[in-house]
Design a protein. Structure first.
Length: 256
């Protein structure tokens, strides 16, 4: 439903079927919308959508003192369920990028606690596997905690807020630039004061004539951006007037 390709096909069918019945103004309007939808499947359109999402995230340098003593890393998904906790090849590129960014941040603040959130399919939670990999990369095992049950960004925030012993409410929140805007809405809803730490941007500047031609990679990027835009609206609606309950604050247990 959020794919520009689906919109383009549906709109084209509507125009073909109803063309003779439409007024000239509606024909021009339909053609203009169709052109915009096709444009969104080009690198130009897709990257404009990406920038509209990523620009909402404050830069890390805007995080005011004191420096957070807790780093919350959100898993970005796996390519397949891991067979065992050291099955690192199951992690997708997005999760690995986020992990590397979180480990780099931890090295800058080595006394911080690294909290990794994410459940997933199968018997091995994503958080558990990423925690094992973080330890391999040099993070002190005693500095790592995991939240292994959440399946959505909203659940990430809810479950991390309910960890026992509790973590500080002022945190570094690590995710992709595309995801951070929605993630920060969720964590603020659960009374966190998050500072954004991006694992990387999807935006690519103009380069060559191909930037204006529809591409499958641009369609995927546009779908991702639209998903985050709509998801941000949903989370803003959920967060409006939301107050965490006692049950929200005592949902999961801490795993070290």
């Amino acid at each position: 439903m959020l794919s520009p390709l689906s919109w383009s096909i549906v709109l084209l069918l509507v125009l073909v079927i109803l063309w003779r019945r439409l007024s000239r103004a509606w024909r021009y309007t339909g053609i203009a919308i169709e052109v915009l939808v096709i444009l969104s499947m080009t690198p130009l359109g897709a990257n404009l959508l990406v920038r509209s999402v990523e620009s909402r995230v404050p830069a890390a340098r805007q995080c005011m003192p004191p420096v957070p003593a807790a780093i919350v890393l959100l898993s970005g998904g796996f390519d397949r369920p891991p067979k065992y906790v050291d099955d690192f090849s199951a992690a997708n590129g997005e999760s690995l990028h986020r992990l590397f960014a979180a480990v780099d941040l931890w090295r800058r603040t080595p006394k911080a606690t690294l909290i990794i959130a994410g459940g997933g399919e199968g018997n091995v939670p994503q958080a558990a596997l990423l925690a094992r990999l973080a330890a391999r990369l040099g993070v002190a095992p005693g500095s790592i905690r995991v939240e292994p049950e959440s399946q959505t960004t909203w659940q990430n925030a809810r479950n991390v807020a309910a960890l026992s012993p509790a973590i500080p409410r002022r945190i570094w929140l690590v995710s992709s630039a595309m995801h951070l805007s929605r993630a920060m809405l969720a964590f603020r809803a659960f009374d966190f004061d998050p500072c954004a730490w991006s694992s990387g941007s999807l935006y690519l500047p103009p380069e060559g004539i191909g930037y204006f031609m529809p591409q499958s990679s641009s369609l995927e990027k546009a779908e991702f951006a639209i998903h985050e835009i709509v998801g941000g609206w949903v989370y803003a609606w959920k967060a409006h007037g939301f107050r965490p309950t006692k049950a929200d604050r005592s949902h999961p247990t801490s795993t070290q």
